[in-house]
Design a protein around this ligand. Structure first.
Ligand code: HEC
Ligand code: HEC
Length: 244
């Protein structure tokens, strides 16, 4: 697990900095020296991202590299800012966005948000059917006895998120989902206050996290996988990143 989670990302990072350096984010240096550079399209600029996130932001088969495509632009923008300002920690990501302006981050976010690559086939889970049933229950109905709202209340029935800043939960690997919920529980991931996901994560046991992550990763994306319109879902908690 160690080599897969830590080493592979670093290897991809080496590719990424080569790409970013030659054709991408930092191409103005080459321009200044009058060197031939690749055409300055958005697709060329984000080449450094594709080693880990896929050419169209579809994600890769690495359990830890998330899909970006189709998530609401403001959600992606918030995350790029979070990495730049240390509210999320993953060194290759923190490094890549350190010197990028808000405007540039917004353009990148919009680009990936508009991509529509197909979703991966749903995962075959190796957890028990009882665990999957518990996961389904929490995602669709919550658990009132523990004050856990249904995930679908904010992430949508089709789990494709809501504009402007709630992400879809389909097409993500179960290891990625449990790592993110775990990061909120342990305080290494933060969103704008009130941080509703931090409150929700703190009410989930480790077994609950395994169950929701496993069930979510087995779900098929709906035929029209676009985020629900802004304000179309009545959110059970206030979230600082999703103004209502
Ligand atoms: C070395 C691999 C790697 C490279 C290169 C990389 N990323 Fe990431 N990215 C990740 C990983 C891993 C995460 C999840 C990190 C975490 O929070 O634990 C992530 C998270 C993200 C997120 C948040 C996704 C979400 O759903 O919350 C965005 C947005 C993002 N990356 C955009 C980019 C952009 C834009 C680039 C290029 C400038 C880029 N990434 C380059 C590995 C990479
Ligand atoms: C009250 C609304 C609300 C509810 C209920 C909710 N979420 Fe969220 N969720 C959010 C918001 C807002 C974000 C974006 C936070 C940010 O900007 O980082 C988010 C982000 C996430 C992410 C990060 C996705 C990524 O690509 O990194 C995961 C995973 C997640 N939620 C899982 C869950 C699960 C599992 C449940 C149910 C137990 C749940 N959420 C219930 C509002 C909600």
């Amino acid at each position: 697990m160690f080599s897969r989670r830590i080493f592979r990302p670093l290897l991809a990072m080496a590719f990424a900095s080569a790409l970013v350096g030659s054709a991408g984010v930092f191409s103005s240096a080459a321009q200044a020296q009058n060197q031939p550079i690749a055409p300055d399209t958005m697709a060329a600029r984000v080449q450094g991202c594709t080693a880990c996130h896929g050419v169209h932001g579809e994600g890769t088969d690495n359990d830890y590299f998330p899909r970006l495509a189709g998530k609401p632009a403001d959600y992606l923008y918030n995350q790029l800012q979070n990495f730049r300002e240390g509210r999320r920690k993953y060194p290759p990501m923190n490094y890549l966005v350190t010197y990028l302006s808000d405007d540039y981050l917004h353009q990148i976010a919009t680009y990936f948000s508009n991509q529509r690559p197909p979703y991966p086939a749903p995962a075959k889970s190796n957890v028990s059917s009882t665990t999957l049933a518990r996961g389904q229950q929490i995602v669709l109905n919550g658990d009132a006895s523990k004050n856990i709202p249904a995930c679908a209340a904010c992430h949508g029935k089709g789990l494709t998120g809501m504009q402007p800043a709630i992400p879809g939960l389909v097409g993500l690997h179960s290891d990625y989902i449990s790592a993110q919920v775990g990061a909120w529980k342990s305080g290494t991931r933060h969103a704008k206050a009130p941080d509703c996901m931090q409150q929700i994560a703190s009410r989930l046991t480790d077994d609950d996290v395994t169950a929701v992550a496993a069930w979510l990763s087995t779900q098929q994306a709906p035929a029209n996988p676009v985020p629900a319109p802004a304000g179309s879902l009545k959110m059970p908690l206030k979230c600082g990143s999703e103004p209502q």
